[in-house]
Design a protein around this ligand. Structure first.
Ligand code: NAD
Length: 421
């Protein structure tokens, strides 16, 4: 792995590119295809005027990056956060291409983001911003072009507004333009829990692979949003002991296991995990370094870096978030023999069930939750097996194996389709 400065280390685009280059080199990738796949196909920047509740007008900057449409329509979430940047959206778009290829579903990769603080905006302001952002991108979106989904700071309601805005422009209801919608307007059963469910399935597979027992297996999770809370809930149901939860405003620890159901209720009532009396309040940064069998970063990028990687004490690192580990940290964790389930595999349950949602919308026929979950479990198990076997056969770590498998699949299709000129 090349040496990176601290600034490069925490730049998600540089991190993505470094891993891509490493895997492409290992694959002996054709130089031309290398150049095609290294950069996104399309990057859109929009400035979105929004009438605020106090009568003023604010202008927000938004992005949509489509990295690849080689294997199918571009697919990827939309993030609302003050930290959104073009480099971050670029990286997330590329990761979506690799993720869809790892789980072998017929999508390319995209990502969107708007620089804003959704926690400080009213529902009305968020709705107006979402509708205008959609309208600015209208000709680039569509069930056969680019299909957004929720990510940090966006949810089912955001997807409903996008679907409605797109449908108004098309003069007909087009449910398949987004996934992660409410179930009554074409959402899939099981989508809300899907990423957490996928995380729990790959944890099970890793435990089997390493000959470890679920009984007494301690899990620490960073982030108690969609991915973190559903991972916690499902792992606790399976018999894992969730000993720690970290959030942006505090962290909790209980060596005997946190009652996740009670914590979800506490969070719903108070809006925070802090003040929960059945666990000890601990430092949110230090919690990541506590002893545990499984550590699940499920919040944001760059949380395991050269600054703390040497103090990480888990056996399995399961990346619920996108890009939580820097390349420098990867090398440190490799020396410590931590078994990494890389983000492009670990959190692929969400996009896999998004694929099911898109399929169901286009059929107009909806599956039961059991059918959705069963199909998801099968894909996650198969993909875990594909990555671990690839790593063994090519003598690389799981992350590089996942990249190589994905790049190989996308490169094959790109070559087969040829370059249009
Ligand atoms: P979310 O907004 O529902 O939850 C994120 C949670 O993390 C929030 O509760 C937030 O307060 C917390 N958080 C943010 N920064 C933090 C920090 N520095 N320390 C501790 N907690 C922090 O978002 P989500 O949908 O759960 O996404 C989380 C991660 O998972 C992101 O990296 C996202 O890209 C990735 N992901 C999400 C999905 C999905 O289906 N939602 C799918 C694949 C990947």
């Amino acid at each position: 792995m090349q040496t990176l400065t601290l600034e490069q280390e925490t730049n998600p685009w540089e991190a993505q590119a470094a891993r891509f280059d490493f895997a492409a080199k290992k694959l002996n990738l054709d130089q031309g295809i290398w150049k095609v796949l290294r950069y996104p196909a399309r990057e859109l920047i929009v400035h979105i005027p929004v009438g605020m509740d106090d009568g003023s007008i604010e202008v927000f900057t938004g992005y949509r990056v489509q990295h690849s449409v080689a294997r199918g329509p571009a697919k990827g979430g939309i993030r609302y956060s003050p930290d959104v940047s073009l480099d971050e959206v670029r990286a997330l778009a590329s990761w979506m291409t690799w993720k869809c290829a790892v789980v072998n579903i017929p999508f390319g990769g995209a990502k969107g983001g708007v620089i804003c603080d959704p926690k400080k905006m009213s529902q009305g302001e968020l709705e107006r911003m979402t509708r205008r952002y959609t309208a600015e991108l209208i000709e680039f979106l569509g069930p056969e072009k680019d299909v957004p989904a929720p990510d940090m700071g966006t949810d089912e309601q955001t997807m409903a507004w996008i679907m409605d805005t797109y449908s108004m422009h098309m003069r007909q209801t087009v449910t398949a333009v987004v996934t992660g919608k409410p179930v009554n307007i074409g959402g899939s059963r099981g989508r809300k829990e899907a990423t957490g469910r996928g995380v729990s399935v790959v944890c099970d597979e890793a435990m089997k692979h390493l000959g470890m027992s679920i009984d007494g297996c301690r899990v620490i999770i960073q982030g108690f949003g969609n991915v973190g809370s559903n991972s916690a809930k499902l792992l606790a149901q399976k018999g894992y002991t969730v000993t720690g939860i970290a959030e942006y405003d505090g962290a909790l620890y209980n060596a005997d296991g946190i009652d996740i159901h009670a914590l979800i209720q506490h969070r719903q009532k108070t809006g925070t995990i802090t003040g929960f009396t059945e666990a000890e309040a601990v430092d949110k940064h230090e919690l990541l370094t506590y002893n545990c069998e499984i550590l699940i970063p499920a919040a944001t990028e760059n949380v395991i870096t050269s600054k703390n990687a040497d103090r990480i004490r888990c056996k399995i690192l399961c990346e619920g978030a996108n890009g939580p580990t820097t390349t420098v940290a990867d090398d440190i964790l490799a020396d410590k023999r931590v078994f990494i389930i890389p983000d492009i595999l670990a959190n692929a349950g969400g996009v896999t069930t998004s694929y099911f949602e898109w399929v169901q919308d286009r059929m107009g026929y909806f599956w039961t939750e059991d059918e959705v979950n069963q199909r998801l479990d099968n894909i996650m198990k198969e993909s875990f097996c594909d990555v671990v076997n690839y790593a063994r056969n090519h003598n690389v770590n799981n992350r590089i194996a996942a990249y190589m498998l994905a790049i190989d699949r996308v490169a094959y299709t790109t070559k087969q389709r040829g370059i249009y000129a």
